[in-house]
Write a protein that binds this ligand. Structure first.
Ligand SMILES: Cc1cc2nc3c(=O)[nH]c(=O)nc-3n(C[C@H](O)[C@H](O)[C@H](O)COP(=O)(O)O)c2cc1C
Length: 380
């Protein structure tokens, strides 16, 4: 059933053996920002499971206010780079490419968490705004209350520093052997807070029209391209929903989405990683296309879908693969969409946390492992 997903894909100088990708997932096990042997083993087990590509957990770019949790890894400093070199070598030894996900939390950065690690107290926000006071959120309401007070909008030199931080980390990534670069441009973090009209109210050339709101992300992509050269592929994750409000939308119409994404595609994005909570939720009324489907149709750029693959709507991995009987396993509808050319890659998150061998089980039509929530809390 998965046959069409088991075909290779070339992205610039990198060949993926198949279309199934490990989705970026923060795990907070990198004390002091340094990936350990346990972290390497955790990624190696997924590589051994036969994936086409691993995208790492979000990794801090080289900027003091990029991430607020000291368990998040960084991509600067000899200790962290040596840790990553070991991770990359382990994953490559299993024949799997691996890309880091470059992360700057922007408005979501919280000095309360960063504590003694913080050299400054204000999060980087395009217009000083965190998000709406009444959004649907999963972060603690108290955290929202702490975050709501407005801060100073980003100054021109802060914008330039942030862009340079992405480029510096991308250069380090290639130096330790990563095969490509994934950029977190979704979920309300720094790049997304420029894309999103609610948090970007700037009247200068970084805000206003959708194309102007895309300028910051486009400059990040250009700076990364200049740092890594032509053979290294660059992916950009985007989403409608935000951590500040699950109901938020980047764009209400296909035309608006096209205007927003055009400058990013032109800047050299090779793959849009289109984040949805469930891949089978249509993006706009009147069409079954999901975010990845629309982005591919509008930009002509390759896309990846994600969200709930191998999971029932309950959010738990389905116990049984579909063998022709009705079940809540959604692989048949995923493959149908893939075969209609709606997207080029599929990313899997929680199902792979639950079971490093998830892809093999799916290919061999073996029953999936029962979902163990403890696997979300440990490096199983
Ligand atoms: C524990 C956990 C950590 C996550 N961390 C990140 C992250 O660092 N960056 C990111 O872009 N998405 C992150 N996500 C979202 C996943 O990449 C994925 O999009 C989401 O879980 C939906 O896919 P799934 O239903 O297959 O799990 C995280 C998800 C989980 C469950």
């Amino acid at each position: 059933m998965l046959k069409s997903l088991l075909t290779p894909l070339q992205l610039r100088g990198v060949t993926l053996a198949n279309r199934v990708v490990m989705s970026p997932m923060s795990r907070y096990f990198c004390a002091g920002g340094v990936p350990t042997r346990d972290v390497a083993d955790y990624y190696r087990r997924r590589a051994d499971g036969g994936l086409g590509l691993i995208i790492t957990e979000g990794v801090s770019v080289d900027h003091p206010r990029a991430v607020d949790n000291p368990g998040i890894p960084r991509l600067h400093g000899e200790d962290a780079l040596a840790g990553w070199r070991y991770v990359v070598d382990s994953v490559h030894a299993a024949g799997c490419p691996i890309w880091p996900q470059l992360w700057h939390q922007g408005p979501m950065w919280n000095v309360e968490f960063a504590g003694a690690h913080a050299t400054d107290t204000a999060a980087l926000r395009p217009s000083g705004i965190w998000g709406p006071p009444d959004g649907v959120i999963s972060v603690h309401p108290e955290r929202r209350l702490q975050s709501l007070p407005e801060t100073a909008p980003m100054r021109e030199e802060e914008i330039a520093d942030a862009i340079a931080a992405y480029a510096a980390s991308a250069r380090n990534a290639v130096a330790v052997g990563f095969d490509g670069i994934a950029v977190h441009g979704a979920h309300g973090y720094l790049i997304d807070s420029f894309l999103w009209q609610y948090t970007n109210r700037r009247a200068d050339h970084w805000g206003g029209t959708p194309a102007a709101r895309a300028r910051f992300g486009a400059e990040v992509i250009r700076a990364i391209r200049a740092a890594v050269g032509e053979s290294v592929p660059i992916a950009l994750r985007i989403s409608q929903f935000k951590m500040q409000d699950y109901r938020a939308r980047l764009a209400d119409t296909p035309a608006e989405l096209a205007e927003l994404l055009g400058p990013l595609a032109d800047a050299g994005v090779d793959l849009f990683d289109c984040s949805q909570r469930f891949f089978d939720t249509p993006l706009f009324e009147g069409s079954p296309l999901n975010l990845a489907g629309w982005v591919k149709a509008l930009t002509g750029t390759r896309t990846m879908t994600v969200g709930g693959i191998g999971l029932g709507k309950s959010g738990k991995p389905a116990a049984h693969i579909d063998r022709g009987q009705p079940s809540d396993n959604n692989l048949p509808s995923l493959v149908e969409r893939f075969d209609r050319d709606e997207f080029d890659l599929v990313a899997v998150g929680r199902s792979l946390l639950n079971d490093p061998e998830w892809l093999r089980r799916a290919i061999e039509q073996r029953d999936f492992l029962p979902f163990d929530p403890a696997n979300l809390e440990r490096l199983a």
